[in-house]
Design a protein around this ligand. Structure first.
Ligand code: DGJ
Length: 740
């Protein structure tokens, strides 16, 4: 890995064994991109990649040079107003009202490792030789403002992370109207765009569409990253599949409003930009103030989607997630939500906890309904003290009783919200987001606290800190059940209202930071009506997240498959729930539900006191299975083999780093009849190693299993496999062990 500045060519090159990235200082002092992609042989100049042509009508920077037009030069971080006609990465309004800026190269600094981003989640290094960082300072002398572009290249991963900082030195100040994290101009548009879109209970569908001229974008304007779109997109060369083809993945480490946009101009140059959405974003900066953008991550793969995802998985599991739980196996939990919803008393909770313990569950989680006087969604948010009618001995009493059974205790909270029927609202009616004189929208009967205000975040933090310090709580599920509307802060002057959306997110991060550092051994799981804030920003604080409220095994195939495009299995909250399923009313076999949920953090979302004897035995076996294999599942390399978006079958596998153990999950939604023989081509095995499958006598070499395929014909093809369930919603697990 290296970062090099070549004085003669005025070029910066970043490279490691897998990728190269280069750009140059243009003759007007702006930065022009030269290359990003597969590793190139290093040389002093890639200046030949800068294509300049005289095109009629193009505005040019110099009277003497009608080929130097910013409109046709691939920019590193684009501005607007002096030649580039595409949508810019940033926008500033200067004190004289002008929107035109001119940031020119000033200096650079290369440092080992990676500096922290103040107040923001970001990837990090554990030793300085893991990555190297380049910081380029550009300056606009007229408006006395600096722009610092940061690039980190990782030693062992095909990854470049980027962020920007605007520093105001102008006594009259500036107004930052747009400050995206990344701009990448690519020389052609022969790509398809992949994004993860969905809705509540059907998060992160994999969608692929060819690029067209003009703008295609995804976004969130909801104040959180959203069910609708994830802050991620990828560009795929046509024909790319899971194991072949060139892909660039772009991911934003941020949990609020975002924009991820691809603009193709009419000369087929592709511009990718990504960052905080400019809608209702306006940051006035006074002299001495700065604005730091969130971090964007670019991953390059020459070997298809799986390789891109595996890179994200490694980076996010080991250098974004942090703390005590990062590398530890996660407890198998049982969550009370689908078991009792809000209708419970202490006796019922203790019975569930006791039965959970008996079955081998390691952590019992009390979900919504334990605080204030909450029996339904209309009350009590903000009153983070126990509902004594339901739990007479409080959370501390209940948690003591549960933990004395030999099982950990976890609790649900929703700190950012307030119900009008709450003590908190009666005391502080002005703490919610609302515009004076307007009636704010409710969502799920609740309102959003103004987390851009430090005193509000601190007050909620005090309540939660008290709760956590008084009781043996070892897990927190942090929920967030509505989008932000009426975004206005009662304490800010008119000109600062454009800071509220972003400062809200910073408030959430501050509270997470406070609680996770005060209680480092508490496991945090993020949640937002399922997966409405399942993003890399959250992963920095909560190493796992509830990916969806939809617990149906068939729906989960798609949700987990889509989520795995970016996120590692170690962070995917996945549970077995009761049937008929509460969201889609489907009856799937118990083992199928488990075979899907194993590929995540694993747990249950049902009332264990209602299980039949046979189901209880199944649960015990499932827990034993997960305990035996969870290390492999969390840390192994994950391969998608068959997509649920393309047919009746889904398959994936996870394999240990030394390639000696693997687990393959194969799922079939509807049972076909009299079909051809079936084989499943595996991936990632050692070609010359022989593997035994499910402990059977016969063994097969890795090359046979990968290139000829594993034979998986069953009753549907007329092959009788004794003991194998036949019918709709079949799941099969194959355990591969390398022979000594
Ligand atoms: C939404 C979550 O996704 C559910 O799991 C549950 O915690 C409910 N909120 C509780 O209100």
């Amino acid at each position: 890995m290296s970062i090099q500045y070549y004085e003669n060519s005025r070029e910066f090159h970043l490279w490691n064994d897998q990728i190269s990235y280069s750009f140059s200082i243009l003759k007007n002092g702006h930065l022009g991109n030269l290359y990003f992609g597969r590793k190139l042989r290093e040389r002093e100049s890639f200046g030949h990649f800068l294509e300049l042509a005289r095109r009629d009508m193009a505005p040019c920077a110099y009277e003497s040079d009608s080929a130097f037009s910013l409109e046709h030069i691939r920019q590193e971080y684009s501005g607007y107003g002096n030649g580039d006609m595409r949508v810019p990465a940033y926008e500033i309004q200067c004190d004289n009202g002008s929107y035109v800026t001119d940031f020119v190269y000033d200096s650079y600094r290369i440092c080992p490792g990676k500096p922290k981003l103040p107040g923001l989640p970001a990837t990090y290094v554990e030793s300085e030789d893991e990555a190297e960082t380049l910081e380029i300072t550009l300056t606009d002398a007229l408006i006395q403002t600096d722009l610092i572009l940061s690039y980190t290249i990782w030693r062992d991963l095909p990854v470049i992370t980027r962020s920007c900082r605007f520093v105001c030195r102008n006594p009259k100040g500036i107004r930052l109207l747009r400050a995206l994290s990344l701009n990448l101009d690519l020389p052609d548009c022969d790509y398809e765009m992949l994004d993860l879109s969905g809705a509540w209970a059907r998060e992160r569908d994999v969608r692929i569409h060819p690029l067209h001229r003009g703008i295609q974008s995804i976004q969130s304007l909801r104040g959180h990253s959203s069910h609708q779109f994830n802050p991620f997109l990828a560009l795929l060369r046509p024909g790319t599949d899971e194991n072949r083809g060139e892909v660039i993945g772009f991911s934003l480490i941020y949990s609020g409003n975002f924009l991820a946009q691809v603009e193709v101009d009419t000369c087929d140059v592709t511009r990718v930009t990504m960052g905080i959405h400019p809608q209702q974003f306006c940051f006035p900066l006074a002299k001495g103030e700065f604005f730091q953008t969130p971090e964007a991550v670019m991953v390059y793969s020459a070997n298809g989607m799986n390789h891109m995802s595996q890179t994200f998985h490694t980076l996010y599991r080991t250098r974004l997630a942090r703390g005590y739980w990062r590398d530890r196996v996660r407890p198998i939990l049982l969550n009370s939500w689908e078991a009792v919803y809000m209708k419970f008393d202490e006796e019922k909770i203790l019975a569930i906890a006791e039965k959970s313990k008996e079955l081998g569950v390691e952590l019992f989680v009390l979900d919504d309904g334990w605080f204030g006087h909450r029996d339904d969604a209309t009350t009590s948010l903000g009153d983070w003290f126990p509902y004594l009618d339901k739990i007479p001995h409080g959370i501390s009493g209940l948690a003591q009783k549960v933990t004395s059974m030999g099982i950990r205790f976890g609790l649900w909270i929703e700190p950012e919200m307030i119900s009008t029927d709450s003590e908190l609202f009666r005391k502080h009616p002005d703490w919610r987001l609302e515009v004076p004189g307007r009636v704010p929208c409710q969502g799920r009967n609740q309102y959003v606290l103004d987390f851009s205000r430090t005193e509000i975040v601190d007050a909620i933090g005090d309540m939660l800190e008290k709760l956590l310090s008084e009781s043996p709580i070892s897990y927190i599920k942090w929920d967030m059940n509505r989008s932000l509307t009426d975004v206005y802060s009662a304490v800010l002057p008119a000109e600062r209202q454009g800071t509220v959306f972003h400062n809200y997110v910073l408030g959430v991060y501050r509270l997470y930071e406070r609680l996770t550092s005060r209680f480092p051994e508490v496991l945090f799981e993020s949640c937002a009506s399922g997966g409405a804030r399942f993003d890399p920003g959250m992963l920095y604080y909560a190493p796992q997240g509830w990916i969806s409220d939809d617990t149906d095994a068939v729906e989960r195939l798609k949700i987990q498959y889509g989520t795995s495009i970016v996120y590692p299995l170690s962070c995917m909250g996945s549970h077995v729930s009761a049937v008929p399923n509460h969201q889609v009313f489907r009856n799937t076999p118990m083992d199928t539900r488990a075979a899907v949920a194993y590929f995540g953090t694993f747990g249950y979302e049902l009332d264990p006191t209602k299980l039949t004897e046979e189901e209880k035995e199944a649960v015990k076996k499932q827990i034993a299975f997960m305990q035996e294999h969870r290390e492999l599942i969390a840390r192994g390399t994950f391969y998608r083999l068959k997509s649920p978006f393309e047919g009746n079958e889904t398959a994936w596998m996870v394999i240990s780093e030394n390639k000696k153990q693997a687990i393959v999950g194969y799922y079939r939604v509807l049972q076909p009849v009299n079909i051809g023989y079936r084989r499943l081509r595996l991936a990632g095995l050692s070609e010359n190693v022989s593997y035994r499958i499910n402990g059977e006598e016969a063994a097969f070499y890795g090359d046979e299993l990968m290139y000829a395929g594993m034979l998986i014909s069953d009753g549907a093809s007329g092959v009788n496999i004794p003991g194998l369930y036949q019918g709709d919603y079949q799941a099969r697990l194959f355990l591969l062990n390398a022979e000594e």
